[in-house]
Design a protein around this ligand. Structure first.
Ligand SMILES: [Fe+2]
Length: 202
C-alpha cells in the first residue's frame, strides 16, 4: 500500500516529534547525580561537535591535498579520519549512556564547534597541517579540562574516556602531523630553541 507521508496521520505533519530535548539528561541508575551527568553530557557534546568537525577536516584534506608528498599525506589524513570517526561514536554513546542527547546533524555541529571554518576551496598542504594542529589543540585543552571536572565530581567513566581515548588519540595524531611539518622544515621549534639557549648558558 502506498504511504502518504503528508497525511494528517503522519508524525512528521507539524506535530511535536521530540521525545527528549537536546541539552537535557534522562534518569540513569549510575550512582551519579542529575547535575553531574548533565555537566558531563554538556562537556562531551562540545567535544563531540569539535571531534566531528576535525573528522570532516581530515576528509577534506584527504581529498584536496596536493604537492610533493601528496600520497603520504593522502594516506595519513585518511587514517586519522578513521580514528576520529571511531572517537565520534565513543563520545556520542557516552553521552547517551549518561542519559543525554548526542549532537548529530551537520548544521547543529557547525553552530556548536569552536574549530574555525575552513574555506570550501583547496589550501596548500602546509596550511592544512597547521589547521589540523590548531583543531587538535582546541580539543586536547577542552578534553583535559572536562576530564578534570568529571574526576572532581566522581564521574570516573567520563574521565577515563576523555583521557584514555580523546586526549591520548589527539596527542598521538599531533605527533604525526607535527613530524610532517618537521619534514617540510617549518615546525615550530621555539621551545626547543629556548631549551638550547638555557643549556648553553648553564
Ligand atoms: Fe579516499
Amino acid at each position: 500500500m502506498k504511504q502518504n507521508l503528508t497525511s494528517k496521520k503522519s508524525p512528521l505533519n507539524g506535530q511535536e516529534t521530540e521525545i527528549q530535548k537536546y541539552g537535557t539528561v534522562a534518569n540513569r541508575p549510575l550512582s551519579l547525580s542529575h547535575k553531574v551527568r548533565l555537566a558531563s553530557a554538556n562537556g562531551l557534546n562540545q567535544l563531540l561537535a569539535d571531534t566531528m568537525t576535525l573528522r570532516d577536516l581530515y576528509k577534506k584534506h584527504h581529498w584536496q591535498v596536493s604537492g610533493a608528498i601528496f600520497y603520504q599525506l593522502h594516506l595519513l589524513f585518511d587514517k586519522h579520519h578513521g580514528e576520529q570517526a571511531e572517537l565520534v561514536d565513543t563520545l556520542a554513546e557516552r553521552i547517551q549512556t549518561l542519559g543525554g542527547v548526542a549532537i548529530a546533524m551537520a548544521p547543529d555541529v557547525a553552530e556548536t564547534t569552536r574549530i574555525v571554518r575552513p574555506p570550501r576551496g583547496r589550501e596548500d598542504h602546509t596550511v592544512q597541517l597547521f589547521r589540523l594542529l590548531q583543531a587538535h589543540e582546541i580539543i586536547i585543552a577542552a578534553a583535559r579540562e572536562a576530564a578534570h571536572a568529571a574526576a572532581e565530581e566522581g564521574d570516573d567513566g567520563t574521565n577515563d574516556l576523555l583521557i584514555g581515548d580523546v586526549v591520548r588519540l589527539n596527542e598521538l595524531q599531533v605527533w604525526f602531523i607535527n613530524e610532517q611539518l618537521e619534514g617540510a622544515g617549518i615546525a615550530d621549534k621555539s621551545e626547543e630553541a629556548t631549551h638550547s639557549a638555557v643549556v648553553a648558558h648553564s
